[in-house]
Design a protein around this ligand. Structure first.
Ligand code: TMP
Length: 229
């Protein structure tokens, strides 16, 4: 039995950030986490693939190495295996404790990258989602949209910075070619059209502060949080 006050239970919200490469999700999550923390909320920042010990081990298998390292179905299963670990060990317990979970990618990335990008059956992806997550879904999904060219250019510049720090290159997806990235951008926009209650598309081709201001407003209005204005 938990002795937490009843209103604390299930109070946490689940927000996912999605989009192609180089859209600035990581920066925007950090800024939103700061804004929500200032409002007194307990925030957990996490990411996929990864976010839990086992899932991080699977991440390395997915983001490093040859482009054709996995066939698309195997790759899809690996993402869902990592997601199950992340959900059961990190996300669900945090939400139960009343924390707000901000994740850098979730299952829409599998639909966009593996479904629209690699053309894995969308029906199979829906079934795997049900198996792994049941009815649990983010309360809000922010899709940071940017032209494919600009996104890949930014991701490449970020990769060059990291390699100078002798990091293992996590650029397997960035090397998948323009057509693949165009398909997944369209995929994210299609997912947004099909899930209008949950998803909001944010134009990521603007200054960081402007994007943050939009995101802050969307989140504060949706969840009825008090603003200073
Ligand atoms: P990141 O660069 O945003 O950390 O994500 C790592 C890569 O994994 C990114 O290129 C997108 C890809 N990915 C998928 O292909 N399917 C998925 O389900 C997830 C979560 C990520």
């Amino acid at each position: 039995m938990s002795d937490a006050p009843a209103e604390k239970i299930n109070k946490g919200k689940f927000i996912s950030f999605e989009g192609g490469e180089g859209g600035g999700k990581t920066t925007q999550i950090k800024l939103l986490a700061e804004a929500l923390s200032s409002s007194g909320l307990d925030i957990l920042q996490t990411r996929e693939p990864g976010g839990a010990e086992g899932a991080e081990a699977i991440r390395a298998l997915l983001v490093e190495g040859d482009v054709d390292r996995w066939d698309p179905a195997t790759e899809t299963l690996l993402h869902f295996a990592a997601r199950r670990d992340h959900l059961t060990k990190i996300i669900l317990p945090a939400l139960k404790n009343g924390q707000w979970v901000l994740t850098d990618r979730f299952a829409d990335s599998t639909m966009a990258y593996q479904g629209y990008g690699h053309r894995v059956s969308k029906k199979a992806i829906h079934s795997l989602y049900q198996f792994v997550a049941g009815n649990k879904q983010p309360d809000l999904t922010l899709i940071l949209d940017l032209s494919t060219e600009e996104g890949l250019k930014r991701a490449e510049a970020r990769g060059a910075e990291k390699s100078s720090e002798a990091h293992q290159q996590e650029d397997r997806y960035e090397r998948m070619g323009m057509d693949f990235h165009e398909r997944l951008r369209e995929g994210f926009l299609d997912i947004a059209r099909k899930n209008r209650k949950r998803c909001v598309v944010v134009d990521a081709n603007r200054p960081i502060e402007d994007i943050h201001e939009d995101i802050r407003k969307i989140v504060f209005v949706k969840f009825g949080l008090a603003t200073d204005e």
